[in-house]
Design a protein around this ligand. Sequence first.
Ligand SMILES: Cc1cc2nc3c(=O)[nH]c(=O)nc-3n(C[C@H](O)[C@H](O)[C@H](O)COP(=O)(O)OP(=O)(O)OC[C@H]3O[C@@H](n4cnc5c(N)ncnc54)[C@H](O)[C@@H]3O)c2cc1C
Length: 566
Amino acid sequence: MHQPANQPRPSIYYDYQVFDAWLPGATPPGRTPVVIAGAGPVGLTAALELARHGVPCVLLEAEQQLSEGSRAIVFTRRSMEILQQVGVAQRVSAHGLPWRFGNSWYRGQRVYRLEAPHDADDRFFPMINLQQQYLEQYLVEAVLAEPLIELRWGNKVVGVTQQERHVEVGVDTPAGPYTQPADWLVASDGARSAIRSLLKLKLEGASYEGRFVIADIRIALPLPTERQAFFDPDWNPGNTVLLHREPHGIWRVDYQLPAGETPEEALKPEAMRARINALLAQIGHADKPWEMDWCSVYSARNLTLPDYLHGRTLFMGDAAHLLPIFGVRGANTGFQDAQSLAWHLAMVVKGLAQAGYLANYSRERVGAAREIIEEAGKSTRFMTPPSRGFRLLRDAVLSLSLTQEFVRPLYHWRTSRPHEYTHSALNSSGDDNALFQAGPGHGAPPQNIRLGPDDYLLDHVGGGFDLLYFTDGSAIPAPLLQVVNAWRARGLALHIHAVGPGHPVTGADQTLPDTLGHLRQRYGVPASGAAYLLRPDQHVCARWMTLDATRLQAALKTALGQQESS
Ligand SMILES: Cc1cc2nc3c(=O)[nH]c(=O)nc-3n(C[C@H](O)[C@H](O)[C@H](O)COP(=O)(O)OP(=O)(O)OC[C@H]3O[C@@H](n4cnc5c(N)ncnc54)[C@H](O)[C@@H]3O)c2cc1C
């Protein structure tokens, strides 16, 4: 019988709540369209996204409380845009610490300073720091307020039996086991995914030997919210050390262990105290008292499943891939999976696309993971060189960087960024993508645009397909409306946003005033009658210099996997 810990986890700054376990009754539960296994940040986000698309789900979580330790602490702008969609970005902004500068230090000299781009059109900072438990808490509160989601604490998935048209999910609880039938199972049960093991699936890629200690300490350090990376410090020769500020007076210290040191030796209190004191002495704050909140040992892995769709089971987040933390990729990549999986699955559950459509989710997100793995491999090899050759190269860069400007960009740690589905099968082939001189192209995420003092383009789009129709006129052309209304009648969420005039446009769901032409200019639109079609994850799937009903119909069919457009 599954007995999750029911004592609150220890923490000096976060009060863990133990939720009541959900226990099965005498009647077996009925079939549900979707079961999500794992209520980590990725499973919670997917549940909320599915609910936005009108799809109910049962969310099974083995534990009865939020995850232990701060874990993922840096969330990117794109993650915030996704979290905005599910209604929690405001709370993250209110409690998190935004930042955009990173510093690399060698021999006491700052050898590189990264400035992440941030302009007036961005609602969110490039990065914001917040401990993972807080983010999970905001997501759980949003889930509990959503009637389409049933969250069952203390429910551990222990078995999966796949049939042609449904899946039987074996679940263990503190009151014994039961079976939950579902049309689809979504595995977001984390790095040690039981579902991955039950289906006998293997991750592909590389694991690195370099081990890091992650420690959260409470200390009053008068330093700004910027990333600090120290290479080859005297107290940890040849190795790398990272320092990040978190809310609530907590600082994250990550330091690499000398080769051969075991996690048990590294986590001994006296070993940790000596190293953290040495770091504080190095940065001139040896006098500051500090206390430990949480610590763990970590080694970089760069792995993915080659396919995220297996029968009636879909994988996402850490269950699908394991990414190094350098470049803040774990949770940030997972949010993009969750958003993508939810809308693809919603189209299938609602009968707007065939089951085979889900292969597109897998293709796109495996492609994203492979790109991220390639980038993460470069930064991991720089942070923790895996062989003598890589170490020689890295050390040459370090010493050259003291005097030579040109090698300094090699310190860039390639922060997580959204993947562009440039070659997606859902992109329209008969549009005018190639004719545009500016703006997001096929498969790209949208560029946010500031429309007013506290008003941005991305506040208005998402949750369905969005047609941005650039017009000087006063009405959406009737043939376009006919196409839109026919799709709506079949259950597709499709919104028309008239961009341009300061007056209402008949037939549009809303008008986005762009009287100075800023949005037009950023989106490369030369004249009235141009349009962009955004998928429910806001990525562009078609854009036209001139839109007509035939082209819109073809693009929508392509985007729903129904036919190639021409
Ligand atoms: C020690 C540590 C430090 C980290 N530090 C960073 C960092 O600094 N930066 C960064 O970006 N990322 C970091 N990560 C990674 C980051 O935490 C993950 O990428 C992120 O949590 C992934 O979210 P997820 O929802 O996919 O998985 P998880 O957060 O792992 O959630 C999985 C959920 O599934 C539940 N579960 C597991 N098995 C079952 C089952 N059989 N049935 C039902 N439920 C189940 C678990 O209890 C958990 O709630 C760290 C991870 C760890 C472990």
